[in-house]
Ligand binder design. Structure first.
Ligand code: GLN
Length: 535
């Protein structure tokens, strides 16, 4: 395909309607037709990236292979289309302004007054187009975060208006809105949609396609009414009804021809509908599994739906590929202690100790690990979870009283987890952790080597602290082995207790690269061990 096509997805009425899932579903359908597709997210906030935001503000922070701390929607994009994203796939207002201000300081604007239009909008347009020009994608789908009409998203919407004019047929606008159901009147209401589209039109954009999020089936009448009031064709009014699984959304979009309408509007050949075979097989396996595997997730943010998004999805994928139904049980680490651990954990087939930062909830993680280790329950520790496995072992097996990570206790007599050397001079918090993909080499007969079927792999990272190699022999002599290392620095990437059924801690984050069609092998093996633990 010669020219890149640009598709914009905006949202109206309210946030949280699932723009990310709709964008990912359309990308999936276009990709299944053989096109090279990528998805990009613009976030209107001033932070340079979400790396410094806590999960109450922003849910999970996702990490790309090139070490960008990104919006969790990028995780959905990768899980749906199996294509890696990079820092070019997530842009914030903060980054746009930073880059414009840097240019101004360099003198690039040659004495001009620097303004929102055209300088900020030019920078936004450059960020959209670089995915097409530099990375040569056929389709770039750009999701604009927030809701149309917000003050902070105005420059992005204005950039879409300008691009639409510049790109002509190579540009398409999809607007996602909400159709509420008034229970007392037993009626679905389209007025918020009409208002939202009017607002978009006032900003100079006529949407080509409307996707209506709803909890009830929309009648043909409702679709015709929306089409009439909003200047779109009736077949370009698409319903997005709540589904039991987000992975069913691409099929629902295909049934209504979202990809076909999009292709036709951009003057492209339509051809046959792709059959999405492997995707459908995954869904069939997911829906037909009857036996249940119970995994406990121990963390301090378990009450938040999005805080451990990629871990939840990786476990679901792993259970599905083991032909089991996942029952994920949230265990709040702040409410866990040695006295109640048995009562809270005894019914679990496997335990996952979550990543995290800081002191809060850490003692509960130690209690969970102690219970799992002493009762031989399959356990996976990720990042801080792995570090907690090391600390618990130091305290309760090696007898290192008050052993800790220097993140929690700078004066600990046994700093079994310590700040990485390269981190010692760092004062800025944003984007300065050990981030992104690094090599890891496994010992030949270790559990991860068997799980991955390879002794060298790459996984993504996000941490400042590491296993203190000074104590390696103490651990190995007592039964906890370091079975994965970074080949260049020797940093310990994986620990395991080989005498237990399955007890592995990884410094890296395997959850970031688990996708529907390429599930992460470590998760598959962990869930398999949990299933075997049942029998
Ligand atoms: N807080 C730990 C560190 O910085 C672990 C980080 C994490 O779990 N992502 O090393």
């Amino acid at each position: 395909m010669s020219e890149t096509k640009y598709i914009f997805v905006t949202g109206g009425v309210t946030s949280s309607l699932g723009k990310g899932i709709i964008s990912a579903s359309l990308a999936k359908l276009l990709q299944a037709r053989g096109y090279k597709v990528t998805i990009q997210k613009f976030d209107p906030y001033i932070n340079i990236d979400p790396g410094t935001l806590n999960p109450y503000e922003h849910g999970e922070c996702y990490v790309t292979v090139d070490g960008h701390e990104a919006d969790l929607d990028l995780g959905h994009y990768e899980r749906f289309i199996n294509t890696e994203t990079t820092r070019a796939n997530n842009i914030t207002t903060g980054r746009i302004y930073q880059s414009v201000i840097d240019k101004e300081r360099r003198g690039d604007y040659l004495g001009k007054t620097v303004q929102v239009v055209p300088h900020i909008t030019d920078e936004i347009k450059r960020s959209v187009k670089q995915l097409g020009t530099k990375y040569k994608f056929d389709f770039v789908i750009t999701e604009i975060g927030g809701v149309v009409g917000d003050i902070e998203s105005l420059p992005f919407v204005e950039s879409v208006r300008q691009l639409r004019w510049e790109l002509g047929k190579n540009c398409l606008c999809i607007h996602l809105t909400y159709v509420p159901y008034i229970a007392a009147a037993k009626e679905l209401k389209t007025k918020p949609t009409q208002h939202s589209v009017k607002q978009l039109q006032e900003l100079g954009i006529q949407p080509d396609i409307l996707v209506l999020r709803t909890e009830h089936e929309l009648s043909q009448d409702i679709r015709r009414k929306v089409a009439l009031f909003c200047n779109v064709e009736p077949n370009a009014v698409i319903q997005s009804i709540d589904m039991p699984s987000i992975y069913e959304v691409p099929l629902k979009m295909q049934e209504q021809g979202l990809d076909v309408v999009a292709l036709k509007k951009m003057g492209m050949p339509v051809g046959e509908a792709p059959d999405l075979g492997p995707w459908k097989q995954f869904l069939t396996r997911m829906k037909s599994a009857t036996e249940v595997v119970k995994i406990g997730l121990v963390g301090k943010y378990v009450e938040l739906q999005d805080a451990y998004k990629s871990i939840n999805e990786s476990l679901l994928q792993a259970a599905t590929y083991n032909d089991y139904k996942l029952k994920l049980i949230s265990i709040h680490s702040e409410k866990l202690n040695d006295a109640n651990a048995e009562e809270q954990l005894k019914d679990l087939d496997g335990i996952l100790i979550a990543p995290g930062f800081g002191q809060r909830g850490i003692e509960g993680k130690f209690s969970a690990i102690k219970y799992a280790r002493e009762n031989n329950v399959p356990t996976l520790g990720i990042c801080l979870g792995m570090q907690c496995m090391v600390i618990e072992f130091a305290r309760n097996v090696l007898g290192f009283e008050d052993a800790n990570s220097t993140e929690m206790d700078t004066k600990t007599p046994y700093n079994v987890i310590d700040l990485m050397e390269e981190q010692k001079g760092i004062t800025n918090m944003g984007g300065t952790m050990r981030l992104g993909s690094y090599d890891c080499e496994f010992e030949k007969d270790s559990t991860p080597a068997k799980a991955y079927g390879s002794t060298t792999i790459q996984e993504r990272h996000r941490h400042r602290f590491e296993f203190n190699s000074k104590y390696k022999t103490d651990f190995e002599n007592a039964g906890m082995s370091c079975v994965g290392h970074n080949p260049e620095t020797g940093l310990v990437e994986v620990v395991e207790i080989p005498s237990l059924k399955w007890f592995v801690g990884v410094q890296y984050h395997p959850e970031y690269n688990s996708t529907v069609l390429r599930p992460n092998p470590l998760f598959i093996d962990f869930v398999k061990a949990a299933i075997n633990n049942k029998k």
